[in-house]
Design a protein around this ligand. Sequence first.
Ligand code: GH3
Ligand code: MG
Ligand code: MG
Length: 333
Amino acid sequence: MDIMGKENTKGSNITILIVDDSEASVILMRHILKKHGYPETLVATSAAEAFSYLGISGDGRRHIDLILLDVVMPEIDGIEALTRIKEVESLSNVPVIMVTADDTESSLSKAFDLGAVDYVKKPFNKTEFIARIRSALRLKVAWDKQIELTKKLEKMTLVDGLTGASNRRHFDRVIESEWKRAYRNNGTITLIMIDIDHFKKYNDSYGHLHGDDCLKKVARALLNVARRPTDTVARYGGEEFAVILPETDDCAARILAEKARHAVESLATKHNCSDISGYVTISLGVATMTTPENDSDYKSLIKNADEALYNAKEEGRNRVKIFMGGKKKPYSG
Ligand code: GH3
Ligand code: MG
Ligand code: MG
């Protein structure tokens, strides 16, 4: 951590934003920073100017690692500026050090309440100044790591632990948002519901562990087929999978579903108790929404794909069926 901290808190890739209306202070701070290995500084002589560097106003956002913020400034003062900065989620990993001429100011305690990490006094004591800069930059490294970890954890909870496909929670989110997007844009969306054929018998004869292995293989095969970045292959439950294909019409979906069926069959995973092919196979139900109806929602897409899957099972399994309307009971295997 310490070594990492030093590596990441020194050097020319660090940009420090100085927000101060006093030219003399700015010159002095830049001088000390440059001398101690921080040549990259941005200077804002008002809070408004700082907001534009930070992307709070306008679109000229710059990369900034640390903010030095003067407490006393005309118009928008340092406390108000800090309040605005701390409201922005994407700036939550940028530490702010308050710069003040008077450390007894009650505004300092307000600044700490708002999330400032430290303060430096004018006139500057160079050693103390640079020590506080360094410790704030070390804090930033820790914050960035924390954010990265949080992102990783978030990603982990989107993935099914056994198969590596998206989990049901993620599926629920994606199907709703993609359906809404298609609805808004008068677009097309396809859902394929997939169920492994005679999987109970597979477990019964080969054991649950081999069953798990088989689920992994099937998931991998499906992930290999639905490869667009916008495609989502999810484990819908038990031995059922679902594939969301945004901007995919029924024609393209049929081809893709057939490829998926073939890919699983080609795994040639022995299944001696299956009366279909001697290998593990899947049945697939495809439903496409092209012109969204007013009173429909994504649930009807799931229902339709389920109905098609039911038909695929009924007609002998190891096949693709496309939803064509009608009123059959959904497959509930
Ligand atoms: P069908 O062709 O009609 O789909 O028959 P089936 O036997 O595949 O359908 P059914 O729904 O009766 O059985 C599903 C089986 O899937 C039952 C269960 O033991 C198995 N299964 C569900 N989740 C898992 C899992 O996580 N691991 C393993 N090994 N088996 C699972
Ligand atoms: Mg099954
Ligand atoms: Mg099933």
